[in-house]
Design a protein around this ligand. Structure first.
Ligand code: BEZ
Length: 180
């Protein structure tokens, strides 16, 4: 996975547009992998589903809180991706009150599949979703990779630790010390 270029896909996002009247002032806006990754150093973390407990209680809020510390390590953006559509991802970000972390809707699972991280979660009634992983990605190239152990379909457990913000931050700092 290291040094791999992220796949080029188009994400169907929904953005607020004040020129639209009525109760739902949002429109579709296509964003590509280049829009998210080109010319930036980012942390991407991927999880099995919006609104799920570990992701809502620990992972997303902890990334949100640690944003300034990631920035101090040269990270421009933190992205949270999930195989959920734009309506769900936006509703989750709103419910969580996130301002720093940006959500990416991979509703079709195309990005996740091309990253080799698509797994069945039919045992939970979820269908195809993402295995948990995180990555430090520089100008579209994966520099550091944080995949939870036990990659498998219909996994009965939900390992979480390697892709936590605390671990990724620690490894980013260690890489900086090593490079100095
Ligand atoms: C969780 O984040 O706790 C979770 C994720 C997927 C399925 C069930 C729970």
């Amino acid at each position: 996975m290291l040094s791999k270029k992220v796949p080029f896909v188009t994400f169907r996002t929904r953005v607020r547009d004040e020129s639209i009247e009525g109760p739902n002032p949002f429109r579709w806006e296509d964003k590509t992998s280049d829009d998210y990754f080109k010319g930036k150093k980012v942390v991407l973390f991927s999880l099995p589903g919006a609104f799920t407990p570990t992701c809502s209680t620990y992972q997303l809020p902890d990334f949100e809180k640690l944003f300034e510390e990631f920035k101090a390590e040269g990270v421009d953006e933190i992205y949270c991706i999930s195989v959920n559509d734009a309506f769900v991802m936006n509703a989750w970000a709103k419910a969580q009150g996130v301002e720093n972390v940006k959500v990416i809707p991979d509703g079709s699972g195309e990005f996740t599949r091309k990253m080799g991280m698509l797994v069945a979660k039919d045992n939970l009634g979820f269908g195809m979703r993402s295995w948990r992983y995180g990555a430090v990605i520089n100008d579209g190239i994966v520099e550091q990779w944080f995949e939870e152990e036990g990659f498998s379909d219909n996994c009965e457990s939900d390992p979480y630790g390697v892709s936590s913000p605390q671990n990724i931050l620690e490894k980013l700092r260690a890489a900086k010390v090593q490079a100095a």
